[in-house]
Design a binder for this molecule. Structure first.
Ligand SMILES: [Zn+2]
Length: 230
């Protein structure tokens, strides 16, 4: 008989399967990203449906099937982050946090640090007045955690300190040395990234004014590195 496993997890996404069932992607504490088959999730009886909703944080009892697939036995809701559903900016930021996880995490590879970081940031987002600063800081912290972010002010090939550095393939280059010229950062912006990633206080972080242009650059940086990572 297959043994039952218990884990705390966040629902990253969920899709309907046949008439009543759902396949849920979980980011779990002990097993990393896994797929969960929930039979009868769409039936009105019981709490299964709410345990399949993206953003839900719950304790799941499950059984391993083949590969990364598990079947649902039972669950207990820990937090549904209902407060995030009152503001469009907060809800989209919460989904950006979930997407950041699903983009970078390999199936069945646990990361306790990342799990705790996601939990902390979702809780902070509930009361945050500055979702842009929060998501930017999350991207940078994950990149640092995954060993994909170096913060420097000189070209990694010729070592000069130009006014712009281009970020490609996990490194910084001047205009002459850059293999691709897609993500330019000014030295002022690089200094700003350093102050965001080093900031330990959420109160101080919420006072950081990050332009939407810089936010998009940080997102692109994250996207570029997560592609390399996978
Ligand atoms: Zn150079």
């Amino acid at each position: 008989m297959t043994q039952e496993l218990i884990t705390d997890a966040f629902v990253l996404s969920s899709i309907a399967f046949k008439d009543y069932d759902r396949i849920v992607t979980l980011f779990s504490k002990e097993m990393g990203q896994i797929k969960l088959f929930v039979k009868g999730a769409n039936r009105l009886k019981g709490n299964k449906f709410s345990l399949c909703e993206p953003l839900t944080y719950a304790t799941y009892v499950l059984k391993k099937r083949r590969g990364d697939f598990y079947t649902f036995c039972e669950g207990r809701l820990l937090d549904s982050f209902l407060g995030l559903r009152n503001s469009y900016d907060h809800l989209t930021t919460a989904f950006d946090l979930l997407e950041a996880i699903s983009k970078t995490q390999l199936d069945s590879t646990p990361s306790m640090d990342l799990f705790n970081l996601l939990k902390l940031y979702l809780k902070q987002l509930l009361t945050s007045s500055n979702p842009i600063a929060l998501i930017s800081s999350f991207y940078l912290k994950v990149l640092l955690l995954e060993g994909c972010l170096t913060l420097q002010s000189h070209c990694s090939r010729c070592h000069i300190k130009p006014s712009h550095l281009y970020f490609c393939f996990k490194d910084y280059f001047c205009q002459k040395c850059a293999p691709q010229k897609q993500l330019p950062f000014t030295s002022e912006e690089l200094g700003y990234l350093l102050s965001i990633v080093k900031e330990r206080s959420f109160i101080a972080l919420s006072q950081q004014k990050i332009s939407s242009d810089l936010k998009e650059k940080i997102r692109a940086l994250y996207g570029q590195l997560s592609e390399i990572n996978i």
